[in-house]
Design a protein around this ligand. Structure first.
Ligand SMILES: Nc1ncnc2c1ncn2[C@@H]1O[C@H](COP(=O)(O)OP(=O)(O)O)[C@@H](O)[C@H]1O
Ligand SMILES: Cc1cn([C@H]2C[C@H](O)[C@@H](COP(=O)(O)OP(=O)(O)O)O2)c(=O)[nH]c1=O
Length: 471
């Protein structure tokens, strides 16, 4: 089967050259197969089976036989095999008659069939003459071979299938066909033994052209062996070649289709890879743009925060400047208030001191007047004069009182109400209650020190303390 497959492949590719494998010398296009063996070996059975098999493969098959395939051959066969009631045929005449049949057979059946390219399957040929007329009858083998060479014009089978079997077995098989044994079949066992040996000897001398098969095997086994050999030998039939070409064409088409499919698949894969690459690049570009946008956003956010921070810082600085200005203004206002308050307080102190001195001066004057009234008349006049001087210059000793009055006049000229001058006969507490509005000198804030130790007139020392005003 392997050989057949290799031939199918070779034929399909145009590499098969039948003549190169042909063991015979003929150059005819057909194939010449001879089946040989003893009587009852199974030749007819195998030829029928081979013919069916070969025809099924598409070959032009011609089955034939020797002797008796032609009109002449049929008459010779009758003479050769059925000699009952006739004069016996001698060995040399027998050999010549078989040769005559063969010559007519080759000329009229075999060669024409081979020339048209048929496979010719013949039941017996030259080897039967070698086996029977030489081996069996004892005629010189070279002369029998030369006679056959003459009859066939040198045509030799491409293959001789020798069905080799014990003559006794073959004889028993032949009996199953019924009928009377022919003249040669009727020969003794030794004869058939020599025939067998002649066949075997000839096959052994040319193994390339002979296939020896054990004919004791079942018909199926034998046909398989012969088929194997013929598959090696024969080319493909026209039908098989056409089928092989069709298969080869289908194979090429399948390969082309597979190639196209593969190329399409590769193209699709390349396109997909390209699309994937484009997607990857697009995603990469999108990611890059997104990253750039994110960075720009972050940069803008950072710039916005920096701007906000700067604005906040500027607002803070502005606020600090505003607060500082406000504090400075408030401080200036407070300072102005303090100065104003200090001036007001100083003015009040001055007025209070003036008032106190006036009160003290008047009190002293009043005391002197009282003392004068209590003195003798001369002393009284002097005291009254002093008292008047004291009255005329209240708030101090006569000299001091005069200057205090002058100061009071100065205060009046500075806008202080002259009506604020206290009456001289007021007690200190009465005088304080008579202070102008805005001045206060309560007992808690003004110490009145009645000191009569160094002065004969009751004298109060006023220590002024001013309540703090809120600005
Ligand atoms: N291999 C075989 N085994 C057994 N019987 C066979 C075998 N081949 C053929 N036969 C039978 O033997 C008989 C002779 O066969 P046949 O083919 O006529 O032989 P041949 O043509 O060689 O004289 C037939 O009855 C056939 O059925
Ligand atoms: C062709 C040939 C046949 N013979 C013999 C062999 C056979 O016995 C006989 C042919 O008889 P046949 O009935 O054709 O053979 P088989 O019995 O095998 O079917 O002729 C020769 O002796 N010489 C030959 O050259």
């Amino acid at each position: 089967m392997r050989a057949r497959l290799s031939r199918i492949t070779a034929a399909a590719t145009g590499g098969w050259r039948p003549s190169a494998a042909r063991p015979s010398a003929h150059a005819l296009p057909g194939w010449f197969i001879a089946v040989e063996g003893g009587d009852g070996a199974g030749k007819t059975t195998q030829i029928d089976a081979l013919a069916r098999w070969l025809r099924k493969r598409g070959f032009d098959v011609v089955t034939t036989r020797e002797p008796g395939a032609t009109v002449l051959g049929a008459k010779l066969r009758e003479i050769l095999l059925h000699t009952k009631d006739r004069e016996p045929v001698g060995a040399r005449a027998e050999a010549l008659l078989f040769a005559a049949d063969r010559a007519d057979h080759v000329e009229k059946v075999v060669r024409p069939a081979l020339e048209r390219g048929a496979i010719v399957l013949t039941d017996r040929h030259v080897d039967s003459s070698i086996a029977y007329q030489s081996g069996g009858r004892g005629l010189p083998v070279d002369q029998i071979a030369a006679l056959s060479e003459f009859a066939t014009e040198g045509l030799r089978p491409d293959l001789v299938v020798l069905l080799d079997v014990d003559p006794q077995v073959a004889w028993e098989r032949a009996q199953t066909r019924g009928g009377e044994p022919d003249r040669l079949e009727a020969e003794p066992e030794q004869f058939h033994g020599r025939v067998r040996e002649a066949f075997r000897s000839r096959a052994a001398a040319d193994p390339d052209r002979y296939l020896v098969v054990d004919a004791a095997e079942p018909p199926g086994v034998i046909i398989a062996i012969v088929q194997d050999r013929l598959e090696e030998l024969l080319p493909l039939s026209s039908q098989e070649q056409a089928e092989a070409r069709a298969r080869e064409k289908a194979l090429r088409e399948a390969e082309k289709a597979e190639l196209r499919e593969r190329e399409a698949r590769l193209a699709a894969e390349r396109a997909e890879a390209e699309r994937a690459e484009q997607r990857r690049r697009a995603e990469q570009e999108a990611a890059r743009q997104e990253e750039e946008r994110r960075r720009e956003q972050a940069r803008q956010e950072q710039a916005r925060r920096a701007a906000e921070e700067r604005a906040r810082y500027e607002r803070q600085k502005e606020e600090e400047r505003r607060r500082a200005d406000e504090e400075r203004r408030e401080e200036q206002l407070r300072e102005a208030g303090r100065r104003e308050q200090a001036e007001t307080d100083a003015e009040h102190r001055r007025q209070i001191e003036l008032a106190v001195r006036q009160i003290e001066a008047r009190a002293k004057g009043a005391a002197r007047e009282r003392a004068a009234r209590e003195l003798p008349p001369g002393a009284t006049a002097a005291a009254a004069t002093a008292a008047r001087r004291s009255v005329d210059q209240p708030g101090s000793e006569p000299d001091e009182a005069g200057s205090d009055v002058a100061q009071s006049d100065a205060s009046a000229s500075a806008g202080i109400d002259q009506t604020a001058v206290l009456p001289v006969d007021l007690e200190p507490t009465q005088a304080l209650s008579a202070l102008p509005d805005g001045l206060s000198a309560d007992r808690g804030g003004v110490d009145v020190d009645d000191d009569d130790d160094d002065d004969d007139a009751p004298r109060s020392r006023w220590h002024l303390s001013l309540g703090k005003r809120k600005l």
